[in-house]
Design a protein around this ligand. Structure first.
Ligand code: ZN
Ligand code: ZN
Length: 298
């Protein structure tokens, strides 16, 4: 039986390269594949392989990364063609490697962690004053988000600092703000960047949307599908999930992203219904040039 492990930990790493080499050897010796990033602030990884190898990996890795939580998921080595273990300036690319501070307990000066049930308590107590702030790329929120969440205009995580400093979100600086993302790692950094820029009461959803969805499904404050970074592309918390996404061509409900047919020049991922996606003349993002390319290919 095969499994996937997802994990991260923020803590100072004096010699990221040594940790990278150790992790690469460890994965190779256990036959695990996947993707691991190491920086001076910590580690962020997704690895897959046989159950017994995963168990040994957890035990060995915890010898250095004490107390690290691992999330077990369905899947295996077949979900990752190879092993990639790299040293980077950041384990989540916000473009602020010198601003992030970590110690043995994690990120220094980040938002207050709230568990799903604590989030509900906060909303009960503070009502509409609570602002949900989406810590993902805007695209991901097209198919699912917390009700009434604020979705920043971000193509990549790199865009957050410009967004936060644009003045657009200054109205929420005195409000309780809950940042959330897929599994929680992006908000570890984002919430600290927000606090550094004058947001006074910042929370971060522990375990992210994944843990929230496991607890409340579609019966809570979450709406729609969750964008995921593997070949599934999206997942739902039960069959009663709301359909938030719409085809850019015909407006039909859909939660499936496709690459624009003009792949050479347009890198956009767009929502398309099955009909529009299967016809080359409509499998484009709507841009003038892309529409022309699509017409030629049809
Ligand atoms: Zn369509
Ligand atoms: Zn396009």
């Amino acid at each position: 039986m095969s499994k996937i492990l997802l994990y991260y930990q923020f803590r100072p790493i004096a010699d990221p390269r040594a940790v990278m080499l150790w992790q690469r050897d460890l994965c190779e010796s256990l036959g695990l594949t996947g993707r691991i990033l190491v920086s001076k602030h910590g580690i962020n990884g997704t690895v897959g392989g046989p159950m017994s190898a995963c168990k040994r990996y957890v035990r060995k890795t915890r010898e250095y990364f004490k107390g690290m939580e691992f999330k077990w998921s369905e899947g295996g080595a077949e979900d990752f063609p190879k092993l990639s273990v790299k040293v980077r300036d950041e384990i989540v690319a916000f473009g602020a490697p010198d601003e992030l501070k970590v110690d043995e307990n994690g990120v220094v000066g980040g938002g207050t962690h709230v568990k799903p049930e604590e989030l509900h308590e906060l909303v009960e107590k503070r009502g509409d004053d609570v602002v949900f702030f989406d810590g993902r790329n805007a695209l991901e929120a097209q198919i699912g988000k917390f009700k009434n969440a604020v979705v920043p205009e971000t193509n990549t995580t790199h865009d957050f600092i410009t967004e936060l400093e644009s003045g657009k979100y200054d109205w929420m600086k005195d409000k309780p703000v809950v940042s959330y993302c897929t599994g929680g790692i992006r908000c570890e950094v984002l919430s600290s960047l927000m606090i550094n820029r004058g947001f006074k009461e910042v929370y971060q959803l522990d375990g992210g949307i994944v843990r929230y969805g496991e607890k409340y499904g579609n019966k809570g404050l979450w709406e729609g599908s969750l964008y995921v970074f593997d070949r599934r592309m999206h997942m739902e918390f039960g069959e009663d999930a709301a359909q938030l996404g719409h085809c850019v061509q015909c407006d039909a409900p859909t939660n499936t992203f496709h690459n624009c047919v003009n792949e050479d020049d347009c890198r956009r991922q767009i929502l398309l219904c099955d009909d529009c996606a299967s016809d080359a003349s409509t499998a484009h993002c709507g841009g003038t040039v892309c529409a022309e390319v699509a017409a030629e290919q049809a």
